[in-house]
Design a protein around this ligand. Sequence first.
Ligand code: UDX
Length: 466
Amino acid sequence: MESPIAHVVILPFPAQGHIKPMLILAELLTQLAAFKITFLNNEHNHRRIDKSAASRRRINFISIPDGLPPDHPRTGSSVIDLFFTISTASGPYLKNLIASMSQPPTCIICDGIMSFAIDLAAELGIPAITFRTYSATCTWTYFHLQKLIQNGEIPVLEGNEDMDKQISCIPGLENIMRRRDLPHICRLEPENKVLQFYITQTSKMTKASALILNTFEELESPIISHLKSIFPTIYTIGPLHTALKHNTIDTTNGPYNSFSLIKTDKSGLEWLDSQKPNSVLYVSFGSVISLSREQLMEFWYGLVNSGKLFLWAIRPDLVWDENESGQAPEELKMGTRERGRIVGWVAQEEVLAHNAVGGFLTHSGWNSTLESISFGKPMICWPRIADQQVNSMCVSEMWKVGFDMKEICDRSTVEKLVRDLMEGRAEEIVKSTDEIARLAQGSVRDGGSSNRNIKKLIQDIKLLHS
Ligand code: UDX
C-alpha cells in the first residue's frame, strides 16, 4: 500500500550558504507536515552535518558522489570546481538511487544551480521544484545575463570605466542598479565557463514546476511580481531561520539549531554578555571569500582606529597569503583585547541576536544579509563575489539598512563607516532597520506572507501525493 505521507528529496549545492537554507526547509517540512525527507549531500559535507538533533532524526541523510578527488579541499572559492563535475558524477548515481527507493519521491526540491536534477526528475516522471538560495532581486538579475551580454554591459571592467553608470535593461531595477551592482560574474568575459554555467543553470530552472525563494513578500514584492512572469508559482518562505525559530517544537539544541559545517567557537558570547547594548560591531565574511594579509590588516586598523568594540569571526581558511594560508596572526588577537575579540567560526545567529551587537560588517552573503535584517542589525557591506554586489545595493540603496563599502578596502574608509554606523546609530538606517525587522518577523508568524506560502507549499506537495 502506498504510504499516506509524502516523500520529498532535497538536493542542495554542496556549500554552507546553500545547505543551510535547504536544511532548514527540510526541518520545517518534517515539523509542520511530517513529510518523509531524503536530504542529499556530497560525502565531504555528509560527514560534517550534525545529524544528532531530534529534529533531524526524521530526515534520511544520504551521500552522493561529487566527482572531485578525495583530497580536494572543497572549501572557500575552490567549491567552484564542483560546478563542472557534480552533474556528471552524481546524475547517474541519483537516477539509480531514486529507482531503488522503497517509496518513490513525491517531488524533488533541487538547488537552482543543480538544474541537472530537473531533467532527471522529468525523465523519471517526478515533479521538480527549484530553490534559488539567492534573493529575488539577484535571481531576477541572473535571468538577464544574456541580455546584459547583448547590450555590451558584460564584461564590467573594474576601475576602467564608469562603475556608476545605470543599467537600464532589467525591468524594475532601471533607476537603481549601476554597473558596480551587477553580480560579480558580470566582470568575466562572456565566453567564460563560470558565467556560461550560471546562464545555463538559470535558464534550466524554468523547467521546474515552481520556484522557492528564501525571502519575504514585503521585502522584494515588485521584483517577485516580475519573476512571476517566468514562474507562475513562487513560494517566498523566508527568512527561513526566523520561520524555523517560530515553528520549532524541538529545542534540544537551544533556540538556534546547528547548521554549521564548521565547529563553532563559543568564546565570544561570554564576552558579549559583559558589553553594553548596541555597543559591539560583529564582523564576518562568510564561508567562501578570503582576504589577503594586507586586506586583513586594513580592516584591523580601521576597526581599532574607530574606537568601537568589535567581535571578529575569522574562520580557519579566511586569510590568504602567497606563502601561507590560515588563521589571523596571534599578535593581532593580542593587540585586539582592549577593543574586542577575534574568534573562530561562531554561531552567527546567536551573535546577531545578542543585544550587545549593534551592527554587522559583512561580505553580504544572502544568508548573512537576511539574518542581519531579521535581527534588526544595520550593516556595513563589503561585497566581493557572486550575489554580494546585488545584496549590498539592496541594503544601501533600496532598503536603507546599511552602508556599501563597494570595492574599497582601506583603513580610513573602514574607520569612518564603523563610526557612522555605531555612533548615534545613523538615524534613518536605524529606523528602516527596525521597520524591516518587524516585517521579517511578521512574515513568518501565523497568517504572515511566508507562513501562508510554506503552508501552500505543503498543501501543493500533498496534492501531488494524492
Ligand atoms: C555563499 C556566497 O558567498 C553568498 O554570496 C551566497 O549568497 C550564498 O553562498 P557564504 O559566503 O557562506 O555563502 O555567505 P552567507 O550566505 O552569508 O552564509 C553564511 C552562513 O554561515 C550564514 O547562515 C551564517 O549564519 C553562517 N555563519 C557564518 C556562521 O554560522 N558562523 C560564522 O562564523 C560565519
